[in-house]
Design a protein around this ligand. Structure first.
Ligand SMILES: Cc1cc2nc3c(=O)[nH]c(=O)nc-3n(C[C@H](O)[C@H](O)[C@H](O)COP(=O)(O)OP(=O)(O)OC[C@H]3O[C@@H](n4cnc5c(N)ncnc54)[C@H](O)[C@@H]3O)c2cc1C
Length: 557
């Protein structure tokens, strides 16, 4: 049998277990926020809270990041995630280690049927996507959390029981030094797809398992391939089944092959079988070394409610989707960023507990939408009925000749920041605001996220405000968590300039006719309200709704 070259396995950091105060004779602690699970979702939340000056305890049953002995699970990180990481202070590290990309091609057989360039829709400082092994992002988050110094990180600690009380939660933690109990005002379950907390509560997850089987083959090639996302619906070199090809950090390519459902997972992940697939694709003489080979199947699930009393579910514990379009980890990170500012304001006494209900109102429909989108991709790639086979054949045939059918070829719709439907907190609904460039009065440029780096505050961008209105608003709203900026000239407010109208257009305004309009941006960079001819009173009402929920909207069924 031929010998196959394997690269040395990834070296993951090891974090030490420290005996907690509870096991050193201190009385039981009552912590405002305890997060269970240090995957991307839990780490993002702890880091975001720390960045906002809020302490939390983060408990994980392991002593490292990633999954020991395996390759990376997630590889693609979307623009909104990168913008969040910019606020958290680790985007530069991600960009310098990862591979930025925006261009993708989709093939059917030998033919390219579709390509896209996500850069065309972007005004952000961050690229549309960066590919990076998930454990690097997790490791950067741990470093940042440690540098910020406000998170009590407890490794090798497994939460084994959670009990809800009227105004707090009691949890039991198992450690190498023994078991102890803690109390938390709010507990966040970020324990991933198999959440023991969710199981303990007996919550319905609407799980569905797919029989579709895939095999990841992470390899390093001697000769570089194009840095683009290439996908095949029906690759001739993979017996007419799908293939993805993508570069990650350290020159490692993720080659992901759809397998026949009846294939033995042990057989398809043998190096000699994996090597045959690589050679069938790239030629007999292609030179490569394996980094990791592993088969997988996917499932999905979705909780009906992401809040249960004082317990919140974020990331995979709340929702799991098939990996087509990289919506899993990205969505979990965005859950964390949605919840972070709300927990910060509530625990600091600046907003009522009811603001936390908006987490479920916004993120549950977002997860449901992601599930709909990824399920459609999964069924295109692995049709389950005769009708789905017919549809797929028709789409592929049409796409070869007619441009209108090309976008219907569905190998995964890449992760986007979800819009939020109208709600008591967001009477107009909300959509993300990209981290675009702002022009200061002195000709300096900076990013929208720079305006949001200080604490937990809304940003009001007021286009050419009338002086008396701006004065009035500044006076009346001085105690609200709000920073006001004028876009254009103002004698009252700090100014930003929008010479090309890029900012106005991105906010949905006509640059020539937006004088007097204020755009209210939330601390998670979502556009909460657009207020034409804004007055101090309208602004106060919009802020009040965003924090306390609008009474009239709440009454609407
Ligand atoms: C093949 C594959 C490819 C993927 N590709 C992408 C991609 O390109 N982009 C993307 O965004 N997503 C991708 N995903 C999805 C992504 O990996 C997950 O969505 C993400 O890891 C979920 O993060 P999480 O923080 O919710 O949970 P996890 O990452 O699962 O973290 C949970 C943490 O909780 C800890 N824990 C569990 N139980 C306990 C307990 N009782 N006490 C204490 N700690 C506990 C675990 O040790 C773990 O550290 C992919 C997934 C797969 C399988």
């Amino acid at each position: 049998m031929a010998e196959f070259k394997f690269a040395p396995p990834y070296e993951l950091p090891v974090y030490p277990f420290t005996v907690p105060p509870e096991l050193q004779g201190s009385p039981m602690q009552r912590c405002p926020i305890v997060i269970v699970g240090a995957g991307p979702a839990g780490l993002t939340l702890a880091c975001d809270l720390a960045q906002r000056g809020v302490r939390s305890v983060l408990i994980d049953d392991d002593n490292t990041v990633g999954v020991r002995g395996a390759s990376s699970r997630g590889i693609c990180y979307a623009q909104k995630t990168l913008e969040i990481m910019d606020r958290l202070g680790i985007c530069e590290r991600i960009l310098s280690k990862g591979v930025a990309w925006s261009f993708g091609r989709t093939f059917s057989g030998e033919e390219e049927v579709y390509h896209f360039n996500l850069q065309n829709q972007s005004v952000s400082q961050q690229p549309p996507f960066v590919n990076l092994q998930q454990f690097y992002i997790e490791g950067f988050l741990v470093d940042r959390i440690q540098a910020l110094g406000l998170t009590d990180l407890r490794w090798c600690s497994r939460v084994s029981d959670v009990q809800q009380r009227e105004d707090h939660v009691v949890l039991q933690v198992q450690t190498p030094a023994g078991q102890y109990a803690m109390q938390a005002d709010y507990l966040i379950d970020a324990t991933g797809a198999n959440s023991p907390i969710r199981q303990q509560f007996g919550l319905e997850t609407h799980t569905s398992r797919s029989a579709d089987r895939w095999c990841i083959t992470d390899v390093r090639f001697k000769k570089p391939l194009p840095v683009e996302r290439w996908t095949w619906v029906d690759a001739p070199f993979n017996h007419g089944r799908a293939v993805w090809q993508h570069l990650m950090a350290d020159d490692v390519w993720r080659m992901d092959y759809q397998m026949s459902e009846d294939m033995d997972p042990e057989v398809i992940s043998r190096p000699e079988v994996a090597a045959e697939r690589i050679r069938a694709q790239l030629g007999e003489h292609v030179e490569f070394e394996f980094v990791w080979i592993g088969p997988y199947q996917y499932r999905d699930h979705l909780l009906d409610d992401f809040r249960h009393g004082r317990v919140f579910f974020i990331g995979d514990s709340a929702h799991v989707v098939s990996p087509f379009g990289a919506r899993g980890g990205n969505t979990g990170i965005q859950d964390a960023f949605n919840l972070g500012w709300k927990l910060a304001l509530v625990t600091q006494g600046q907003a009522p507990d009811a603001l936390l209900d908006s987490y479920n109102a916004e993120r549950q429909p977002a997860a449901a939408e992601n599930l709909r989108v990824t399920s459609r991709s999964a069924r295109f790639l692995a049709p389950r009925s005769a009708a789905e086979h017919v549809l797929r054949r028709a789409v592929l045939k049409l796409a070869r000749k007619h441009p209108f059918a090309r976008p219907l070829v569905n190998t995964g719709r890449m992760s986007v920041a979800n819009d939020y439907p109208p709600s008591a907190w967001l009477p107009q609904g909300a959509r993300t605001v990209q981290n675009l460039t702002l022009h200061g009065p002195d000709g300096q440029t900076h990013r929208l996220m720079d305006l949001m780096r200080r604490g937990t505050r809304f940003v009001g961008l007021w286009f050419s405000p009338a002086t008396d209105q701006a004065q009035h608003a500044r006076r009346e709203l001085a105690t609200w968590p709000l920073d006001l900026y004028a876009v254009g000239h103002s004698e009252v407010l700090p100014t930003q300039h929008d010479p090309e109208g890029v900012l106005a257009r991105h906010l949905g305004l006509d640059p020539a006719h937006c004088a007097g309009t204020l755009c209210l941006i939330r601390p998670d960079a979502y556009l909460a309200a657009t207020l034409p001819d804004c007055s101090a009173m309208q602004l106060q009402q919009a802020l009040h709704a965003a924090l306390h929920a609008a009474l009239h909207a709440r009454a609407t069924p």
